[in-house]
Structure formats: structure tokens, C-alpha cells
Design a protein around this ligand. Structure first.
Ligand SMILES: [Zn+2]
Length: 294
């Protein structure tokens, strides 16, 4: 079985691509390469990081992190997926320790992969090659948390197709438009990601707290009519100071998901809920929840 070394915080996709280049297999025709590596040919592109191929890839190679759960926790978007619609099913995987098949979902409305120019230089010097970090791809993250500089991206990176950072460093540019909401969002998403990595059951504790706290909160009208959905959306946007559109794969369900999360938690995971909706709800009420205290 082929052995693949992972670097700290490296996404599995990045490690596989590095491996293909290093082994020379990247220079085979695409079809031949997938056949040789026994991976489905059709969809190995990463608008959503690896999508369903994540399972095949994990099965197919031996990684430097031998524990499958830790591998997924530290080198895929699993931590944030654990707050999503497939939450209950994913937990079966987490609790059983193995075997659950999931696919990596879209967690970011901006699909472009991002890199930090300073991480890039340091890795080039230290290990000879820079790699894609999981933590740089957190939804709407704009800064490297280690170097506090703006992340770089490029439009061609919305579907990562065999590129490593050195293929795009010359054309990538800092993500534009520093907005006021970015700093609070940055602090929030990094903190949440760290919490989920340290304690994947954190979301369960958070939802339990939410269930008891919401009784004391102002309860918006139920969604009998479209105007209620719009007014609830405006209420959230006024509180957080920006439009949903910046953060989420916004659908008309988003306000309803957020409403259910706080006032009908038993409804929340009955339908497919995007992780973005739950993130938005948590961000909205983060200052009112003890689970966000350190
Ligand atoms: Zn950095």
C-alpha cells in the first residue's frame, strides 16, 4: 500500500497530489493515473474537498496518521461537518471510531482555495514544498491565524485541479475588501474549529445549552408567512452587522434553520441543514452562550 506523509494541518487532498507528483504518476494520462490508483475517475476535483472520494482515498492509501478518526479530524473538514445536517450519522462514525461513510460537503460559499504567503515561504525553505492547509479553508476566513496576514487566492482555485500552492503563488492575490465583520468572524470561526477539534462533542453540549437558554430570549414569529422569514433575516443581519450572503450558501431555508436551531431544536436535523446555517446561528448568539467562553 502506498505510504503518504502528511504535514501538520495539511489537507488530505494536498498530500495525495504531492504524492502523485513525487512518484511521477502525475505525468501519466489522467485516466491511466486514476486507474492505476484505483480511484473513481469522474470527480476527483475539489470544489467540495474530495466530496465522496474522501472515503476511497482514505481506504486506498496508508497515511502517516494511522488512526482514521484522527486523520479525518485533523486533515479534512470533518470538525465543521460535525455541526451539519448529517450530524447524527457522522456521530455514528465518530463514536464507532471507524466505518462511517461520509462525503465532504461544501462549507464555504467562496470555493476558492486559499494560502498564506508566509506559510508558503517558510514551508518552501523548511521542507522544500508548500502545501494546502485545512485551517486556511475555514468558511470566510481571510487571515492566516499564525502570521496574521491576509490569505491569498485566485479565481482559478475554485476547482482545485492538481495544483499545489507553488503552481499558483505567482498569480494569487490577497483576498480583497477588508470589511468590519471579518475580525469578529475570524475570531469566531477559528475558536469554533479549535473547539470542535479538541472536543467533537462540543456541538451537542452547545445545543443542550441553547435549548435551555432560548426560553429566556425574544422569540420571533413562526414562519407562517414569507414576510416573517424576511423580517427574521433582517433581525439577524441587523444584530450581526452584515448580510448573510457574505458567509453562507444562503437559501430561503437559512432563516428557518436558524429559527429551528434556537426554538425548535427537535426539528433542526430532521431535514438537511447546511453547516453554514448552524455556523450563522452560533455566530449570531455567540456572546450569549457560555459554551463560547474559554
Ligand atoms: Zn501563515
Amino acid at each position: 500500500m502506498n505510504y503518504i506523509q502528511l504535514f501538520p494541518d495539511e489537507h488530505i487532498y494536498s498530500a495525495v497530489i504531492r504524492y502523485w507528483y513525487k512518484s511521477g504518476d502525475m505525468f501519466l494520462t489522467r485516466r491511466h493515473r486514476f486507474k492505476l490508483h484505483d480511484i473513481p475517475f469522474h470527480s476527483f476535483k475539489v470544489k467540495a474537498p474530495l466530496w465522496t472520494d474522501i472515503n476511497r482515498v482514505i481506504e486506498r492509501y496508508r497515511f502517516s496518521e494511522p488512526d482514521e478518526y484522527l486523520l479525518r479530524l485533523n486533515h479534512t473538514t470533518l470538525p465543521l461537518l460535525l455541526i451539519s445536517a448529517e450530524y447524527e450519522d457522522l456521530y455514528k462514525y465518530v463514536l464507532s471510531g471507524k466505518g462511517y461513510r461520509y462525503r465532504e460537503a461544501r462549507i464555504n460559499s467562496d470555493h476558492r482555495w486559499r494560502l498564506c504567503p508566509i506559510c508558503f515561504q517558510e514551508e518552501q525553505q523548511r521542507i522544500g514544498i508548500a502545501y494546502w492547509h485545512v485551517s486556511h479553508q475555514l468558511p470566510s476566513l481571510m487571515y492566516c491565524t499564525v502570521h496574521n496576514v491576509r490569505l491569498h487566492t485566485h479565481d482559478s482555485l475554485s476547482v482545485l485541479d492538481n495544483q499545489l500552492p507553488h503552481h499558483v503563488i505567482d498569480i494569487s492575490e490577497p483576498i480583497l475588501e477588508a470589511e468590519e465583520w471579518e475580525r469578529p468572524w475570524q475570531d469566531f470561526i477559528v475558536k469554533l474549529y479549535d473547539k470542535m477539534k479538541t472536543n467533537p462533542q462540543w456541538i451537542q453540549e452547545a445545543l443542550t445549552e441553547i435549548k435551555s437558554e432560548t426560553q429566556h430570549w425574544h422569540r420571533p414569529e413562526n414562519f407562517g408567512r414569507t414576510k416573517h422569514i424576511h423580517s427574521f433575516r433582517r433581525e439577524i443581519e441587523a444584530d450581526i452587522g452584515f448580510s448573510f450572503d457574505y458567509l453562507t450558501d444562503f437559501t430561503t431555508n437559512t432563516p428557518k434553520d436558524v429559527f429551528n436551531m434556537f426554538w425548535h431544536p427537535e426539528q433542526l436535523f430532521k431535514t438537511r441543514v447546511s453547516p453554514s446555517s448552524v455556523l450563522l446561528g452560533l455566530f449570531w448568539k455567540r456572546d450569549h452562550l457560555k459554551c463560547f467562553e474559554v
